[in-house]
Design a protein around this ligand. Structure first.
Ligand SMILES: [Zn+2]
Length: 143
């Protein structure tokens, strides 16, 4: 029986080979294995794209109402002693800066349709969502 890790590695190898072939042509994917430099480039590119997609899924999960702690657990993130799992997960998902240059995660609130900004290391996580409409039901639920 093939382990989950081995199955996942086979899936990644197929994606690398497909990217090598698509970028460098079929000659770069020789029967004895792909050109090693082309494969290394493709693996790095896939890792970068996968990280970008993971961050997009994290923001979408937050937008859908998932808690940062639950998202962090799903990603198997670990919090060092000086940070909460919420902050570690927020740091993983950081996607921009606000007008003052503070790093934040932004997402559109489905309840009030406004763009919400969340910051790492907010002293009061209940007040960490900035940008909701004054009468937003979702924001009212977090206060
Ligand atoms: Zn809202």
């Amino acid at each position: 029986m093939t382990s989950r890790l081995a199955k996942d590695a086979t899936t990644v190898d197929a994606a690398i080979l497909a990217m090598v072939t698509a970028t460098h042509g079929p000659e770069a994917a020789a029967p004895q294995g792909p050109d090693l430099l082309a494969a290394a480039w493709a693996a790095r590119r896939l890792a970068s794209l996968a990280t970008m997609r993971a961050r997009q899924y994290v923001v979408q999960a937050r937008e859908a109402g998932r808690r940062w702690e639950d998202i962090g657990q799903a990603l198997c993130l670990r919090a060092p002693h000086d940070l909460s799992l919420r902050d570690v997960t927020l740091e993983y998902a950081l996607c921009g800066v606000d007008a003052e240059g503070r790093a934040c995660v932004t997402w559109r609130c489905p309840a009030c349709a406004r763009m919400v900004r969340e910051y790492v290391r907010e002293a009061d996580p209940a007040a960490a969502e900035h940008g909701h409409a004054a009468d937003c039901a979702r924001a009212a639920g977090t206060r």
